[in-house]
Write a protein that binds this ligand. Structure first.
Ligand code: M6R
Length: 602
C-alpha cells in the first residue's frame, strides 16, 4: 500500500527518494511523487502511474538536501495528478506525504476549514491545511503539527517539510508503519527498511502517537504531550541483495523457486544442537495453557491458517478456529475461558489483523504472531512471535511466505503435541519430513515446462476456472484460485468438490477449466467421481495428483510427501500455473492491478 521515504542530509535527496520509492513499488500503488527542499523553495513533482513516469517528471537539475517521497494507493479520490502526494498548504509553506486514512477528515473540514478550497479529493489535504491554519494563529510548526495530530482519528504515517526551516524534517505515525534510519550527517525516514537499506542498516522504531523531529545530525522523539522518549537504534539484518530480482524476470518466479531453500532454512532455525525441532518454551506453555486456538489472518495467510488448523488438531489435539481478520473484529464468536490468538501475517502490518490484535489485547487475551518481518507492528505488539525466515517477499502474490507459514505451524503443532506426550506427534519425524518436502519442491520448480504447457492449454484464454479439492486439498484449491485471480484476473473459485452438485455445477459449460487437486488416499475416488460429473457436462478437466494416489492419464504428478504436509508440495504447481497463466495473458505479474502487498488500511 502507500509508501513513504524522507531524507535530510548534505547531499541531493533526489536519488535517495526515487530509489527508495522504487524499492517500495512492490507494496502496490497507482501514483507517486516527491518534494525537494532547497534553500528557499520546495519543488513538487508527482505523476499518476509508475515511478518510471515520475522520473521523467522530475527536472534533471532538481536539488534539495531535504526531501519526501510517496507512493499512493488510492483510498479517497481516484488515482490522479491532483490526488497524488505530496500535498501542499495554500501558501506553499508546508508540504506533506501521508499513509493511512483520516476517518474524521470531513468533520475537521467542517469545523476548521469550511471556507478553504481543497485542491484534491484526498483526506490527506486536511492535515496540511490544518497545520498551516494553526501556524497562522501563532503556533510554531512543531506545535501546529502536534495540535493537528491530536485532532486526527484514524491511521497515519506522515512526513512534513516546513519551507521556512532548512534544518528539520518532521514525522509521526499512528497504526501505519514508519521507521527512522540513522546515518552520519544524514537521517532517513521510511515506511519499510527495504526502501533505504542502501543508505543505512541502523533503524529506530517510532511508536503510535509520537512526533519525531529529524535533523541532519540527530533525531528527537516526543510523545504528543511533549515528553522526550529515548530509544536505541537496532540493526536491520536485511541484505540489499535479498531485494534484487537477479536474473529472474519476476520476483514471483524467484520467490517460488526459493521455497526449497526456505523450508531448509526454517528447519535449521527451529532445530536445537541435538537436531531436534524446538520452539521457545514460553510459546509452548502458552499454547498448552489454552483451551482453544483462534487463528486470525487475511488472504493467503488465512489459507495457510486453514492448513494450520488441520496440523494443530491432528498433532496437538487442541481445537482450532480460523477467522478472516476483517470479519472477526466486528463479529466475534463466543470465546472459551482460555483462548489463544495466533495472527498469521507475512508483512506483520496488515491493518485488518492488527485491529483484531488490539481488540483481543484490550480484552486481556494472549497472542502469538507468525510473521516474516521481524520488527513489524504485529511482531512487536503480540505477546510472542515466531519468525518465518523466508527472506523478503516482494511479489504481491504471496508464495514462499505461504509455505513458510505452514512449515512454522507444523513445527508448533509437533512441538506442542510432543510436549503433551501424544504418540502421533512423537512418531512424526518432522525435520526429516520437511526435508522430503524441500526435495519435492525442488522437483516441482524444475517442472516449469510442463506446468507452463498446462497453463497454456487450460487457462490462457478462459474467462473463469474452478479448482476442486477435498479435505486439505480444498484449502490449497482456495489458495490456487486466489493466486490465479490476483495476477491473471481470471475469475476463479476454489471449491470443496462434494459441494459442486449442490449448486455450482450449474456454472460448468463446454470447455470450463476444472483443475482437481488430489493428494489424500481417503478422498481419491470421491473426487475422481466429481471430476467425471464435470467432464460429463463438457468441462476441460485437469488432475494434479500426488504420487501414490495418481492414476494413468492424470495431467500432473506431484512427488510424494507426508499426508499432513501435502499442501507444501501441491501448492507449488498451482503457484506456477497462476504465474504462467498471467504471462500467457500479458499481465504484469509483480504489480497486479488494484492490489497492494502490504494492506495497511482496514
Ligand atoms: O501480510 P499479510 O500476510 O497479512 O497479508 C495478507 C494478505 O493481504 C495477503 O496474503 C494477500 O492475500 C496476498 N496478496 C496473496 O497473494
Amino acid at each position: 500500500m502507500c509508501g513513504i521515504v524522507g531524507f535530510i542530509g548534505t547531499k541531493n535527496a533526489k536519488e535517495v527518494l526515487l530509489n527508495g520509492l522504487e524499492k517500495l513499488e512492490y507494496r502496490g500503488y497507482d501514483s507517486a511523487g516527491i518534494a525537494l527542499k532547497s534553500q528557499d523553495s520546495v519543488l513538487v513533482a508527482k505523476e499518476k502511474g509508475r515511478i518510471a513516469d515520475l522520473r521523467e517528471e522530475v527536472p534533471a537539475d532538481a536539488f534539495g538536501e531535504i526531501g519526501i517521497g510517496h507512493t499512493r494507493w488510492a483510498t479517497h479520490g481516484k488515482p490522479s495528478h491532483a490526488n497524488a502526494h505530496p500535498h501542499q498548504s495554500k501558501s506553499g509553506r508546508y508540504t506533506i506525504v501521508h499513509n493511512g486514512v483520516i476517518e474524521n477528515y470531513s468533520l475537521l473540514t467542517d469545523e476548521y476549514l469550511a471556507d478553504v478550497g481543497f485542491a484534491s479529493d484526498t483526506d490527506t489535504e486536511v492535515i496540511v491545511l490544518l497545520i498551516e491554519l494553526f501556524a497562522s494563529q501563532g503556533l510554531t510548526t512543531k506545535q501546529a503539527f502536534t495540535k493537528t495530530l491530536s485532532l486526527l482519528h484514524g491511521s497515519y504515517a506522515i512526513c512534513l517539510i516546513d519551507n521556512q526551516d532548512n534544518e528539520t524534517l518532521y514525522a509521526a505515525k499512528n497504526k501505519s508503519p514508519l521507521l527512522i534510519g540513522t546515518g552520519k550527517d544524514f537521517n532517513v525516514i521510511a515506511s519499510d527498511a527495504m526502501a533505504v537499506i542502501r543508505e543505512t542498516n541502523q533503524f529506530i522504531e517510532i511508536m503510535d502517537e509520537e512526533i519525531v523531529i529529524v535533523k541532519r545530525d540527530g533525531v528527537t522523539i516526543e510523545t504528543l504531550d511533549g515528553e522526550e522518549v529515548t530509544r536505541e537504534a537496532y540493526t536491520a539484518t536485511l541484505d540489499a541483495s535479498d531485494i534484487e530480482k537477479g536474473t529472474y524476470p519476476h520476483y514471483m518466479l524467484k520467490e517460488t523457486d526459493e521455497q526449497p531453500a526456505v523450508i531448509r532454512k526454517i528447519i535449521q532455525a527451529y532445530q536445537n544442537e541435538e537436531g531436534e525441532i524446538t520452539v521457545d518454551g514460553t510459546i509452548v506453555n502458552e499454547v498448552l495453557a489454552s483451551d482453544r486456538i483462534h487463528i486470525v489472518a487475511c488472504g493467503t495467510s488465512y489459507h495457510a491458517g486453514l492448513v494450520g488448523k488441520n496440523l494443530i488438531e491432528k498433532l496437538a489435539q487442541i481445537p482450532v478456529e480460523v477467522h478472516v481478520s476483517s470479519e472477526f473484529g466486528y463479529n466475534m464468536p463466543l470465546l472459551s475461558e482460555k483462548p489463544l490468538f495466533i495472527f498469521i501475517t507475512q508483512s506483520g502490518e496488515t491493518a485488518d489483523s492488527r485491529q483484531v490484535l488490539v481488540k483481543v489485547k484490550e480484552m486481556g487475551y494472549r497472542s502469538l504472531t507468525i510473521t516474516n518481518v521481524p520488527g513489524s507492528t504485529l511482531d512487536r505488539e503480540a505477546d510472542h512471535t515466531m519468525h518465518l525466515h523466508a527472506g523478503p517477499e516482494i511479489a504481491v502474490a504471496s508464495t514462499k511466505a505461504y509455505t513458510a507459514q505452514i512449515a512454522a505451524l507444523s513445527i508448533l503443532a509437533t512441538v506442542v503435541g510432543r510436549a503433551k506426550g501424544l504418540e502421533t506427534a512423537k512418531q512424526f519425524d518432522l525435520a526429516v519430513e520437511l526435508g522430503i518436502v524441500a526435495n519435492a519442491m525442488e522437483t516441482l520448480v524444475d517442472s516449469k515446462e510442463i506446468i507452463e504447457h498446462i497453463a497454456g492449454e487450460y487457462l490462457a484464454t478462459t474467462r473463469n476456472a474452478f479448482f476442486l479439492g477435498r479435505h486439505i486439498d480444498y484449502f490449497v484449491a482456495m489458495e490456487a484460485a486466489l493466486k490465479l485471480k490476483e495476477i491473471s484476473y481470471i475469475q476463479a473459485e476454489g471449491f470443496a468438490s462434494g459441494e459442486l452438485k449442490h449448486g455450482t455445477i450449474a456454472l460448468i459449460e463446454e470447455g470450463t477449466p476444472v483443475l482437481a487437486l488430489i493428494t489424500q488416499e481417503s478422498i481419491n475416488w470421491n473426487i475422481r467421481g466429481n471430476v467425471k460429473e464435470v467432464l460429463a457436462r463438457g468441462a476441460n478437466a485437469c488432475i494434479l495428483a500426488m504420487e501414490g494416489v495418481n492414476q494413468p492419464g492424470d495431467q500432473f504428478v506431484i512427488p510424494k510427501v507426508h499426508e499432513l504436509l501435502t499442501p507444501l508440495a501441491s501448492v507449488v504447481p498451482c503457484q506456477l500455473l497462476a504465474y504462467y497463466a498471467a504471462l500467457h495473458r500479458g499481465c504484469d505479474v509483480d504489480k497486479p492491478r488494484n492490489l497492494a502487498k502490504s494492506v495497511t488500511v482496514e
